[in-house]
Every structure is written in structure tokens, then in C-alpha cells.
Design a protein around this ligand. Structure first.
Ligand code: GAR
Length: 208
């Protein structure tokens, strides 16, 4: 990575792409020194791909259902990503497990809409998370940005932000509050990476 030029980001997504849009908006606003060099989706015809094409970003689908297992799917994803200059891979509502090649160790980030290690793991995504938080009676939830390893929602934690659960919250009202926090925390973590300020010791991320 060259600290004087913007960070090259690959964005991986599976759906609507509001996380991608937020990143593009922050780059346009000049608060995130990065450029999105490619968008790869694990499903065909999702709106996130359209957002990418509207922003003139190379966009491709690598449908998860076309592959028998995580290994072959991951190989196809990394083959697509490696066609472009990439310093950091950003998962933006990407719902499939990936194998992490050594070259991408601590260079893949994910945002999870809860405070890991609570309310996370396989099947815990989007509204399922907020429904589980409300059903459990938790008073605080939040957002976690972390590096990605081979397990769901598991790698070293970069930033966390708390969000209160209010009486009468539904999954929709809670999601709205959590997503507002995501829109602040995720670009902040990416910017820290761009500035070379993140170092990983075991499970712990130090911010320099
Ligand atoms: C985001 O809210 C993100 O927290 C969640 O999916 C949403 C994606 O929205 N990710 C997870 O639940 C990961 N376990 P988007 O498709 O509009 O960007």
C-alpha cells in the first residue's frame, strides 16, 4: 500500500448495497481516502451491482449457488478480485463464508450489526440479529467491525459501537438505529486501515 495514494478497496456484497453506497458517499465527501476498484456479488441481479455500475465501478457476480463448496466458491471470488488493484477487501452485507488466503490475512473487513461475540455466527444476519436481540431482552446491542477469518463473525475486532435497545423497539426500528452507527463506524475503520494505523497481535487489534 502506498500511503500517499488512496486505498484500493474491493467490495463484496450479496444484496441491496446500502453499505457500498455509504462508502461511495464518504469517498465523494472526501472523508475516506479510498477508491472502490471492484464490486463482486455472491448473487446475480442484486441492487448492489447496479449501484456499482451506476458509479462506473467494475462489477461481477460470482453466484454462490453455482459452486459445490466453500473452497471452490472462494477460489472463484479471489480470482475475480485479483483482476483489480486491491489493498483491502470490504464485506458489505456479504452472506457467504469465504476461505481466507494468506495474502488476504488481516486485509478483509466485515461489519456485523451486533456486539460480537453476542448475537453472531451462522444464520445471524440482517433482521435475524435484531429479532434475536429483542427476543433475548438485551438492553444494549451495537455494531462490530472486525477482520475476517474462516469462521462467521469471528476475526480480530477493530471497532465496536454500542446502540441502546429501547422499549417497544421492533426489528425495523432497532435496525435503523444500528445502521446509523454502522454508517459512522465502518468508514472510520477503513480510514484507520488506509492510514496504516491498525496492527494485529493475536486476536487484538492495536490502533496506533
Ligand atoms: C448491514 O446492515 C450489515 O450489518 C448486515 O447486512 C446489512 C447489509 O445491508 N451484515 C450482516 O448481518 C453480516 N453478518 P446492505 O446489503 O444494504 O449493504
Amino acid at each position: 500500500m502506498n500511503p500517499t495514494s488512496p486505498l484500493n478497496i474491493a467490495v463484496l456484497l450479496s444484496g441491496n448495497g446500502s453499505t457500498l453506497q455509504n462508502i461511495l458517499d464518504r469517498i465523494d465527501a472526501g472523508t475516506l481516502s479510498a477508491r472502490v476498484t471492484c464490486v463482486v456479488a455472491s448473487r446475480e441481479n442484486v441492487f448492489g451491482l447496479e449501484r456499482a455500475r451506476n458509479a462506473n465501478i467494475p462489477a461481477a457476480a460470482v453466484p454462490r449457488k453455482a459452486f459445490a463448496d466453500t473452497a471452490s466458491f472462494s477460489a472463484a471470488i479471489w480470482a475475480e478480485v485479483s483482476k483489480h488493484p486491491v489493498d483491502l477487501v470490504v464485506l458489505a452485507g456479504f452472506m457467504s463464508l469465504l476461505n481466507v488466503p494468506d495474502t488476504y490475512r488481516n486485509r478483509i473487513m466485515n461489519v456485523h450489526p451486533a456486539l460480537i461475540p453476542a448475537f453472531c455466527g451462522q444464520g445471524m444476519y440482517g433482521h435475524h440479529v435484531h429479532e434475536a436481540v429483542i427476543a433475548y431482552g438485551a438492553k444494549i446491542t451495537g455494531v462490530t467491525v472486525h477482520f475476517v477469518d474462516e469462521h462467521y463473525d469471528h476475526g480480530p475486532i477493530i471497532l465496536q459501537g454500542p446502540v441502546p435497545v429501547l422499549d417497544g423497539d421492533t426489528a425495523d426500528t432497532l435496525a435503523e438505529r444500528v445502521q446509523a452507527e454502522e454508517r459512522e463506524l465502518y468508514p472510520r475503520a477503513i480510514q484507520l486501515f488506509a492510514e496504516g494505523r491498525l496492527s494485529v497481535e493475536g486476536r487484538c487489534v492495536r490502533i496506533g
